[in-house]
Unconditional design. Structure first.
Length: 146
């Protein structure tokens, strides 16, 4: 028999999306998936945690593909996290390696949040990851996917 659980006194919480805007954040988790459900190709699932302000400790998520034609998006995030383009290009990145994950998790950035509709509900979406100082990587505007 399992452990009995009482929900007496537990507050119901909603999960409203973060408002559209830019939020200081940290990379709080990174998960390598060798075969995504959509493409069957490897991806990295990024988890960001808002680090200050009214929405501190709220989460935002982003998946990036590791297919050759999409590597620019992961490279852009790594540069926003403080690596130089030369460092990113010189290193062989193993997103399954705990040392690589530990090196990335905890890095500061700014996440730009937008909204999209999914199954009739408004959902938040990380549109872009910016440097901790709020600088863009690559000079594109916020209409880019991220």
């Amino acid at each position: 028999m399992g452990i009995p659980v009482s929900f007496d006194g537990v507050e119901s919480r909603s999960f409203e999306p973060l408002p559209v805007g830019r939020y200081p954040a940290k990379v709080s988790a990174l998960d390598y998936n060798p075969e995504s459900a959509r493409s069957g190709e490897p991806t990295v699932a990024w988890e960001f945690t808002v680090s200050e302000g009214e929405y501190a400790n709220r989460k935002a998520f982003l998946n990036t593909s590791l297919q050759k034609q999409a590597l620019w998006s992961t490279m852009r995030i790594l540069i926003a996290l403080g690596y130089s383009e030369a460092e990113v290009k010189a290193k062989q990145w193993d997103f399954e390696d705990p040392e690589t994950v530990d090196e990335i998790v905890g890095r500061d950035c700014i996440v730009s949040i937008g909204h999209r509709r999914f199954e009739g509900e408004k959902r938040q979406q990380v549109r872009r990851v910016l440097t901790a100082a709020g600088g863009d990587v690559g000079g594109a505007d916020d209409k880019a996917p991220f």
